[in-house]
Ligand binder design. Structure first.
Ligand code: 5GP
Ligand code: SF4
Ligand code: MG
Length: 494
């Protein structure tokens, strides 16, 4: 998963884009980059957090009224700085791009571009492939008039060739700015308009919170299989087009874990969705007749749901796990033992909240079970009498091929195990999971136009219909190979 931004403004953009980058930092802490345009491209990217990459010097250099920003969460590749976005090509026109998602036929396209189009893809970053395919289409028409229709046809060409998930922001030098979402709308993308000057300003962002901080009060979601192009004319006309018609299947996991609670995605507020998830999980907890003294969230993502559970069940809610907010990127530590240790580094129990108590711990999900096992041990050591563990999402059992680095199938603790067996494995007295259908109903409540979500990590059904067992094997192999080099985040971050 990554965060992406684009802004087309009436003044220098660097201040706004930097602030907005901080609001999408949670979507990727591996690397970050900003590109601006003032007649030429200026770019700065690096590994690490936004605050560590940008300083006075490079901020001063990033001039222009147009900018693209990106925070990266590694899905393929080793997380090298060469894979950091945005990317740009100089022909035709000068085109820059950043995206959020995962291209499932990346290797095939990289090979095709080299062998058939004689273009080298220098990185392991899938946006470089999208960018080159988009540019390749425009190249064929450089002698013709440049029109929005041409841009939309280039997007159509991308749809034809590029599989997987992608929300893309593109700048075409002296022509305009474009945002589009993959045919199924798997990854989010919003479009904002600000009209307080003679000429409107426009922005794209992965989450509405980024538009909030950039001062964009009016925003809409870019539709699935749709593109929005702002041209470079004096009035900056906005052109919208639905290019391909496929079922809309936005990622449900955005609401569970990934997005910030203050964000709206696809007309759904993340915090409200988590309230609903808390309500329905409370019903299931009630049915299991557990004797509970106190409800404690695993910070940060589960707070909203845990508060709601306590309210529904008329139980005491307490913060019992303190997160050290200054420990950031534990995911770079190699090896599983380091990972387990780092969880203990990050969280520390408040003893008296647990001592002699029957505790309900609430988390958003259980993936491998390492986080929960480690937390349960910590809470037992702090003197808890009973520990029940509730997950406000259903059991996860399948890898995500659309941009969330969710382990290989064999690693999911819920694969081929009952909640009782999982409880035994993680050392809990009971494990209570959300129901899959309830989970979808809860998230859908705010936008009934969405017929269904992508839930592939829960069900194994991949909505794009083109995820072969070979693709799954390739992705799993990449993850296994990478595991020796880079260990992804320990799972206690939001
Ligand atoms: P695990 O069961 O693998 O030890 O970790 C579960 C924890 O991982 C939960 O607390 C959840 O907040 C977090 N988590 C859920 N999804 C993801 C993800 O895609 N990436 C990472 N790094 N953590 C996740
Ligand atoms: Fe989201 Fe899961 Fe689908 Fe991946 S597989 S896009 S995490 S719902
Ligand atoms: Mg967590």
């Amino acid at each position: 998963m990554c965060g992406v931004l684009g802004i087309y403004d009436n003044e220098e953009v660097i201040g706004k884009i930097y602030d907005a980058m901080l609001t999408i930092q949670h979507r990727g802490q591996d690397s970050a980059g900003i590109l601006t345009y003032d007649g030429k491209y200026h770019i700065k990217k690096g590994n690490g957090l936004v605050q560590d990459i940008f300083d006075q010097r490079n901020i001063y250099r990033l001039r222009g009224h147009v900018g693209i920003g990106h925070t990266r969460y590694p899905t393929v590749g080793e997380g090298s700085v060469e894979d950091a976005q945005p990317f740009w090509v100089n022909y035709p026109y000068g085109i820059a791009a950043a995206h959020n998602g995962n291209v499932t036929n990346f290797l095939e396209l990289k090979k095709d571009l080299f062998e058939k189009s004689h273009k080298i893809i220098n990185s392991n970053c899938d946006v470089e492939v999208i960018l080159n395919i988009f540019a390749e289409y425009l190249e064929r028409f450089t002698s013709k008039e440049f029109t929005p229709e041409l841009v939309f046809n280039a997007v159509k060409y991308v749809y034809k060739r590029v599989k997987g998930s992608y929300s893309v922001v593109i700048h075409i030098a002296n022509k305009g700015m474009l945002g589009f979402r993959d045919p199924y709308g798997l990854r989010p993308l919003l479009f904002g308009i600000k009209g307080d000057k003679m000429v409107n300003s426009y922005a794209f962002a992965s989450e509405s919170v980024a538009l909030d901080v950039m001062g964009f009060k009016n925003y809409e979601d870019v539709g699935p299989g749709s593109a929005i192009f702002i041209d470079n004319s004096k009035n900056r006309q906005v052109h919208r087009k639905k290019i391909i018609n496929k079922p809309f299947r936005p990622c449900i996991f955005e609401y569970i874990y990934f997005a910030r609670p203050d964000s709206f995605l696809n007309g759904i507020n993340v915090d409200k969705a988590r309230v609903e998830l808390g309500k329905s999980l409370a019903k299931r907890i009630r049915l299991s007749n557990l004797d509970i003294d106190v409800v404690v969230p695993v910070p940060d993502s589960s707070r909203t749901a845990a508060i709601q559970i306590a309210r529904e069940l008329k139980l005491k809610y307490r913060e019992g796990l303190v997160k050290n907010r200054y420990i950031g990127r534990t995911f770079i530590m190699p090896g599983n033992i380091e990972r387990i240790k780092s969880i203990r580094h990050k969280l520390n129990p408040i003893r008296h909240v647990f001592e002699g108590k029957k505790v309900l711990l609430v988390d958003d999900s259980i993936v491998r079970g390492n986080t929960s096992r480690s937390i349960i041990q910590m809470v037992r050591d702090a003197g808890a009498e009973k520990i029940y563990f509730a997950s406000y999402s259903a059991p996860l059992a399948n890898p995500c091929v659309y941009g969330i680095d969710m382990q290989t199938s064999g690693e999911f603790i819920a694969r081929d195990s009952t909640p009782e067996q999982i409880a035994a494995k993680i050392g809990a007295d009971a494990v209570i999971y959300q129901d899959l259908d309830e989970m979808e109903k809860d998230v859908r409540k705010q936008n009934k136009h969405i017929q269904s979500f992508c839930k592939a990590c829960f069900t194994g059904y991949y909505p794009t219909g083109d995820v072969s067992s070979e693709i799954l094997r390739t992705i799993e192999k990449e993850r296994d190979d990478n595991k020796c080099k880079v260990n992804e985040e320990d799972g206690t971050d939001e």
